[in-house]
Design a protein around this ligand. Structure first.
Ligand code: FES
Length: 140
């Protein structure tokens, strides 16, 4: 179930991602495809301070992906989400910029939850699942 206070649209259906146990504390993120306002984008989920956090993989400085290796978003000390391009740092708990050229920006949150041992995300108005036909066409 979502955390108390976490907004989940009534009509939203949980989208399974991976086994929740695969997301270890401050470890590698699971990256997945979404549609952001109708356009392809990537999102990620990772575990921080015991709970799952999810964001669109898009820096607040320049709209590019941030991971320095696939699924690697945290800095060397595993404290901040850091953009590999110019080093903007974000608070993993809420996505707010804390240092660097992102200034007062923040990451776009994705609602993620653990349900029955799975990590799942919930679509919302701007963030939708990739339709299956499109997803299978882009697979190798
Ligand atoms: S693009 Fe991320 S800090 Fe510049």
């Amino acid at each position: 179930m979502p955390d108390p206070g976490q907004a989940v649209p009534v009509e939203a259906v949980a989208q399974p991602l991976c086994a929740a146990a695969d997301l270890v504390e401050r470890g590698q993120a699971f990256v997945f495809d979404v549609l952001l306002r109708g356009r392809p984008a990537r999102a990620f989920v990772l575990r921080f301070d015991g709970r799952l956090v999810g964001y669109i993989n898009r820096c607040g400085h320049v709209p590019v992906e941030m991971d320095w290796q696939p699924g690697e978003f945290l800095d060397q000390d595993k404290r901040w989400i850091v953009c590999a391009i110019h080093g903007a740092s974000y608070e993993p708990a809420d996505g707010h910029c804390v240092a660097g050229p992102c200034r007062s920006g923040k990451l776009i949150p994705v609602t993620v939850v653990e349900c029955d041992g799975q990590a799942c995300w919930y679509p919302c108005g701007d963030i939708r699942p990739v339709p299956l036909a499109v997803a299978s066409e882009s697979s190798p």
